[in-house]
Structure formats: structure tokens, C-alpha cells
Unconditional design. Structure first.
Length: 77
């Protein structure tokens, strides 16, 4: 493993190389789903987001996308 990884390389390593095997994949997907659900509960007028580099609207759009994709996948089982 090289010392500096892109985000994609890091996520790939986390998903594929774990001391507990495939459990890591379920853990990461649950973490993404839970965080996305928390983001969706943030009040649109939340002052913490007024000067954020990324707008809350964009952050929520990404969260919504993650929730949708994970739920679509889960509904196939």
C-alpha cells in the first residue's frame, strides 16, 4: 500500500482488506446510511452551515442520493 492514497483508494482498501473480512463492507454501508439519514435531519436554517465550503443543500442532495441507492439495493434482496 502506498503512503498517500486517494479517497477512492482508501475506501477500496477499507472495503476489501479487513481483519474481520466481509463484515467491513456491511459496516461501511451502514455508516454511510446512518450518516446520510442524520444529514437529512439538519434544519435548513442551521447557522453552522451559513459559511460552509459546501452548501447544506448540496450535502443533503448527496445524502439523499446515498440513501436512495442503498435502499434500492436493499430492496432487491
Amino acid at each position: 500500500m502506498k503512503s498517500t492514497q486517494t479517497n477512492e483508494e482508501l475506501v477500496s482498501d477499507l472495503m476489501n482488506f479487513s481483519p474481520v473480512g466481509g463484515l467491513c463492507q456491511a459496516f461501511i454501508l451502514e455508516a454511510i446510511l446512518n450518516y446520510s439519514q442524520r444529514v437529512m435531519t439538519i434544519d435548513d436554517e442551521s447557522p453552522e452551515w451559513e459559511n460552509s465550503f459546501i452548501s447544506l443543500k448540496a450535502w443533503k442532495k448527496q445524502a439523499e442520493h446515498c440513501i436512495k441507492r442503498i435502499e434500492e439495493r436493499n430492496n432487491k434482496f
